[in-house]
Design a binder for this molecule. Structure first.
Ligand code: UD1
Ligand code: CA
Length: 464
């Protein structure tokens, strides 16, 4: 069957961090993930990743998603593919796609179309190429009238060859059986003393095999990053491509400043995204919402007509017609039901907020089940942690929780129950009951007059 080998052994010294280059992120996902995704989308399921520098990081990321082969020393791209020989020998019937793990924009269409060409022409190897304005640093494609003659690396090229603008993307289709033969013939007599995978083309031609080139319509297939500046360029390109896609789907952006939306996010038509908003992971947003300014939303499913203003929401569900913000933190495993309103400086954690419930300001609600049409007053706290264990609070439908109520978990307020402002609730409150916990209020007439008269001051304690 057809299969893929992804080269991911390189270090990326100029990134100045102990991370393998393919693990640097573009729009929140490692570059390797983009490449793997393109392969999987093109229907390739047998994949081997060549690791090298900080190999364990890649192993940990991949888990058992695909095979890996360790390249203990970095002796070039040809040497890297040689490390996969045992993998290649397991199935020599079809073709093998070789790709670079640090060129994230290879796409499934280019993969499929180049394979079709490769098979149609009966090639031993088909190089995926692109025409670029600035070919510096890339391998140049040497064309002949009948096809291609080979690839010459920048460092080995003549001045004339350096003017060629058709470059090697670093992706190739090989007939697997031929690749195994060609790998055995690589030598390292070149400017970098490396085993170049690119030499396979000239070797194939010399052996009477066919070699071809497929020029991709997508010039971004070659884009990679050698340093942080290059990585920023990739991020910017990916970011704008995603925003343009959402615009085509009817999502509004009056200004795209500071808006970062990962590829995996889905947004319904009519929704408006305001500046400084970051949408990550498996976030799904419905139609006609206003999200932002200043929101971070991760792995959260949001209904229609929701307003989030300066909200951070993680791994939660927010139903339709909910209004949240400003300055609200929705922590994981929360569910905000439709019609609820949550105002400024509220933190919600692992809590269900029922339909049409209002939490207007300054509250902490953790590990709780709050019913519908509840009013949570200013300053209320569910005291869910006793220093040893966490417990839950239950607040019944239509309850009215007065300002500065502390609910000491585990505790349950019945439906239509009231708590008076400042009450600390330590036992369950039945349906329709009022919980009131008040000390006696003492009023001492003329107190400050007497206090400051003794000290010879009038009505102020500024001398303290
Ligand atoms: C390579 C090509 C060049 C092409 C360019 C596209 C060769 C000799 N040259 O050059 O024609 O235009 O890619 O980007 O192949 N890697 C390993 N082990 C190694 C060396 C590299 O795993 O020993 C991996 C790197 O992590 C990277 C990929 O192979 O993912 C390409 O390596 P890189 O060093 O970037 O190749 P270039 O010199 O850029
Ligand atoms: Ca490179």
């Amino acid at each position: 069957m057809n299969q893929a080998v992804i080269l991911a052994g390189g270090q990326g010294k100029r990134m100045k961090a102990p991370i393998p280059k393919p693990m640097f992120k573009v729009l929140g996902e490692p570059m390797l993930e983009w490449v793997l995704g393109a392969c999987e989308q093109a229907g390739l399921s047998r994949i081997c990743v060549v690791t090298g520098y900080e190999a364990q990081q890649i192993e940990d990321y991949l888990g058992d998603r695909c095979r890996t082969a360790l390249q203990a020393e970095r002796l070039g791209t040809g040497h890297a593919v040689q490390q996969t020989i045992p993998f290649l020998q397991e199935d020599t019937a079809g073709s093998t796609l070789v790709l670079c793990g640090d060129a994230p924009f290879i796409d499934s269409e280019t993969i499929a179309d180049s394979l079709a060409r490769h098979e149609k022409e009966g090639n031993a190897v088909t190089v995926i190429t692109a025409n670029v304005e600035q070919p510096f640093g890339y391998g140049r494609i040497l064309r002949t009238d009948s096809g291609i003659a080979g690839i010459v690396e920048e460092k080995d090229a003549t001045d004339e060859q350096r003017r060629i603008t058709e470059i090697n993307s670093g992706c190739y289709w090989f007939r697997t059986a031929d690749l195994l033969k060609l790998l055995g013939k690589l030598e390292n007599n070149n400017a970098q003393n490396e085993y170049y995978l690119t030499d396979t083309i000239a070797i194939a031609l010399k052996d009477g095999l066919r070699a071809g080139a497929y020029c991709s319509h997508n010039p971004d297939v070659v884009l990679g990053a050698n340093d942080r500046k290059g990585l920023l360029k990739l991020n910017t390109a990916a970011r704008m491509a995603v925003l343009h896609q959402h615009m085509a789907n009817g999502v509004g952006f009056a200004c795209t400043d500071g808006i970062i939306i990962e590829r995996s996010v889905k947004i319904g038509a009519g929704t408006e995204i305001l500046p400084n908003t970051i949408l990550r992971g498996n976030t799904v947003i419905g139609e006609n919402c206003v999200i932002g300014p200043g929101c971070v939303v991760e792995d959260t499913v949001i209904g229609d007509r929701v307003t989030l203003n300066t909200v951070q929401a993680y791994q939660s569900v927010i139903d339709s017609d909910v209004k949240i913000g400003p300055f609200v933190h929705i922590r994981p495993d929360s569910h905000i039901c439709s019609g609820a309103k949550i105002g400024d400086f509220v933190e919600i954690k692992n809590t269900t907020v029922g339909e049409d419930t209002a939490i207007a300001h300054l509250a902490y609600l953790g590990d709780s089940d709050i019913g519908k049409d509840v009013n949570i007053g200013c300053g209320c706290v569910t005291v869910n942690f006793d220093g040893v264990k966490k417990s839950r609070c239950v607040i019944g439908d239509h309850a009215f929780v007065g300002c500065n109520t502390n609910l000491i978990a585990p505790v349950e307020l019945g439906k239509h129950a009231y708590t008076a402002a400042g009450t600390t609730v330590t036992t369950d409150v039945p349906d329709y009951a009022l919980a009131i916990d008040r000390g006696v209020l003492h009023i001492k007439d003329g107190y400050t007059l007497r206090k400051f008269a003794v000290k010879g001051k009038k009505g102020s304690d500024s001398s303290k």
